[in-house]
Design a protein around this ligand. Sequence first.
Ligand code: MEV
Length: 440
Amino acid sequence: MKKPVNGFSKLSKSEKIAWLAENHFSNKKEGVEILKKYWNADEKLQLLHDEFIENTISNFYLPLGIAPNFSINGKSYTIPMAIEESSVVAAAGKAAKYWSERGGFKAEVLSTEKVGQIHFIYKGDKEKLRDFFKNVKSTIDKATASITQNMRNRGGGIKNIELKDKTAELEDYFQLHCTFETLDAMGANFINTCLEKIAETFKEEAQKNTVFSAEEKDIQIVMSILSNYVPNCLVRAEVSCKVDELNGDKDISPMEFAEKFVRAVAIANAEPFRAVTHNKGIMNGIDAVVLATGNDFRAIEAGAHAYASKSGQYRSLTHAAIEGDTFRFWIEIPLALGTVGGLTRLHPLVKLSLEMLGNPSAKNLMEITAVAGLAQNFAAVRSLITDGIQKGHMKMHLVNILNQLGATNDEKKHIINIFKNKTVTHSSVIEEFNKLRTQK
Ligand code: MEV
């Protein structure tokens, strides 16, 4: 076990890199060179990235791709996607084109409520606590007024505070369950600042309360933090068309395709092992847009998967049905996104991504992101129930395999041509590559 390193964050960037190379790289020179290769030549831009986090040593690239041809509520969009998985952007583009020829995507924000909670311990008479809570509300409003003023002026702010008795779950555990409207901001900082002020006021006022006993006055605030579970910050996106209009290009009749598709989604709804992969495919699209637009994909992931479990079993986030002669496919997902604050105006590529989308409001971005998830899921399920996923996936992955082998541009062209009508496997690519090299 190595000795812990003290004061590391105070070292300069080059000192940190030297320490890293000394302690962790087998080839120090090469390791340092690789890190530096990814530095931006524009020093100001590099400094901006350095300062996003602590102990930055380099930049970690992800490709930024675009999926054009999305029609959402009658408007055309080109969607930015930051993702490393070969087939995701191609699949999004395909689904976008497919549905743009069948009426496009419709999307609608159903609700925009954010949540934050103050978790506390109270030992005493519950009735006294309820009375105290009723009386302290106006003091809390006053104490938070300066924090919430800007948000209130624009129609947002703290919407409600509810005292919840959680003692059935955990001894002496209560909470203040607070709801917020944060408009175009994701709102994490706003919510957490409000919560800490509410908690402080709540504790102080309890100490002053003359009805409480000494033990009752001593409310223990355990923590004050927003929740990434936002079941009332919901967006719905959908596509529909006549069954007859489905899938002209596949070797399957439109009705057979529709029925198989609906069954595949029903399986993801019934079976958690499948549901997780099904939803992972949805998140391929959603995370890529969330990242490109400077939002917090961990928060979105956590909230989405919790929502998928809201019935007590983990289920599909999308749904499909045949109603008469119409095929319908839709998603309902909580997405607490922002288009102001955080990285949104700081990261130059995020700014550009938002510009690409017409500088959307948070609600508009919720719709676009839900559509990206639905499109991704459509493309995945469509492949799964027809050609299988590997055909398209491996075609896209072919270039990665060739790059791993160190193929030149000419070699890549030659081998891609060979695999136009042939199944791509890792070993068959190596075989063709070796054949080509020995022919030379
Ligand atoms: C791969 O990243 C995503 C899929 O597995 C999704 C799915 O199975 O629905 C193709």
